[in-house]
Design a protein. Sequence first.
Lengths: 130, 509
Amino acid sequence: MDPTIQKDVTEACQQYFEVFLPDLKGKLLVPGLRSLSCALGVAVNDMEHGCWTLSIVSGRLERVLAGVEEAESVFNLDRATLLEVVTGVLAPDTAFFDMRIEIEGDVALGLQLSTVLEPFFQQYPFHKNS
Amino acid sequence: MSARVLNLLWVGGGVPNSLEWAVDSHIVACAPDSVAMASALDTLGKGLLLCVIVLDGNRERCKKLLRYLHEARPMMPIGVLISREEHPDALALLNERVIDRIIPRATMETALWEHIAALATHAEILTQLHGRLHGLNGANLFVTGGTGFLGQHFLRYVLRCSGARVDVLTRSRAGEPFDQRLADLQGAFPGRIHCVEGDIREPGLGLSAEDAEALRQRVDTIWHLAAITKFEPILRDVIVQTNLEGTRHVVAFAHTVKNLSCFHHVSTAYVAGNQDDTGSLPETAIPEPASFKNPYEESKYHAEQWVVASGLPVVVYRPSIIMGERVSGLSDGQTVYNVAKMLRLARLTGKRRASRNADAAEPTSFRVVVAPSAAKNLMPVDEVLSRMLRISATNPASGSFFNLTHGQPTTMTDIIAVIASLLDISEYEAVDTLDGEDLSAAESILQRISSVFKPYMLKSDPTFDSAGASRQAGLNHPHAVDRAQLRFFLQSFFEQHFGLDFESSPVSR
């Protein structure tokens, strides 16, 4: 990959977890889904320090932490897949079934989350600098 | 098939030799421009009308021709003969719903007839529907779930086969404003389909006061198709909110419509819940089953009860497992497709584990928890819609129920065998149960992701009484979904959603 694009892609991933998601704190991720409480980890395997955990309480995003130590289920994926998912282009469960996302930890929970969160990525699609 | 007289318009390129046998058919070839096509269409007879366009790489011209053909002959099924290598984006044409079938150029000599036969079957369904939907000319339909899988096909059939005007409740989503979500259909049927912004999960359907009032005055028929077809317990709130609360909101709105002639409610045959497999589902309201397999079944049961008790003029349709469309293969990727996705993932996981760990080779065979004789009730979406629309055209009595189901279910043996052959899973073993120990990587992942489908994979569906539906629709019981048809559905799904190429080496699958 062209180094400029590579840098751009890495920045976009960082921006997603460090700017875009924190802006959504306190919002109901999926309309009507108030029973969801879990810690979902995301490990971006082709970037340095690319691990974050989303703490979800009663369906709302409570905080975004660096690292995946506290996560019950971790989505392991590369930057390109991450950006396709968070921009709403690729359904997370399709990515999982195509092995573009590997789920570590609680796989059954991870698969359910990949189904649950699809409407979230549709409702809040990421655009760089948005 | 041989009794059919086909009229085939062949646009661009020479008519292949493999069609020469078609003695009962009338084939007219023409150049890919609207003047030549208009003249060619005039010379074709009154039998089933089909069209094959040989795509020459000019996508815009192709779309222009398709638009012209839709306007000139809205019911004529159109196939596009295409070389996938030259046109890797060909599937987009199918997904845009501007054509009915992709005909890979590689199959031109060997299987062209199969593609033509599928187009002919589709033409027959559309022609017969057209003959029965006269009552819809001038009707004003309000449709929920129109952007979903069943809904998009429903709209296409209604628009092609009747003169109805349709308002569709839609909501915006990622990068797609509400009024753009059916842009292809709006382009193909200008002025006949209109998107109204709203959401069934909101009281008053989230309609603006102006839209709500306009609909109350205009609409005479409501088709409630919106639903979530997910089974995961974690989604219970969302499923109930859409399937049950959403239905209550649609019913409440229906009560305010000035001249409502019918509320058509699309339920599911699986409101039967956990009956034992000797039980049967009558074409009537049923008492609440002792238990359900998941929140989906439960929410659909209670929604059905709510609709029937509403006092509105209602007709309830209960399809079983909705498969793809026989002509296009387009599907929702749920249910049986999920089983196929899980088996593919298990196989790929086993292969990846084997390649990472050469010392502990992954076994070539894996065990699948499934009851081989479990019978599943599969219905192609075109079969469901054909029955549903034919029944609706007979103005059935309010409170009628129709089970849109099969008399000849498909066994899990057939389903797993087709998936295995498609994905080159050469060895598998059906077992009743798998213990936690001694599982291979493939078995372990399968075990962990298949829990919501196990109740269906281990037990036959109840028998669904569908005599009333067949009688009302004026159709025989549907033919069984056989292995060849199942293979087409699943192959189309993997091509369309995972970009798999079944003409290449199996390694890529």
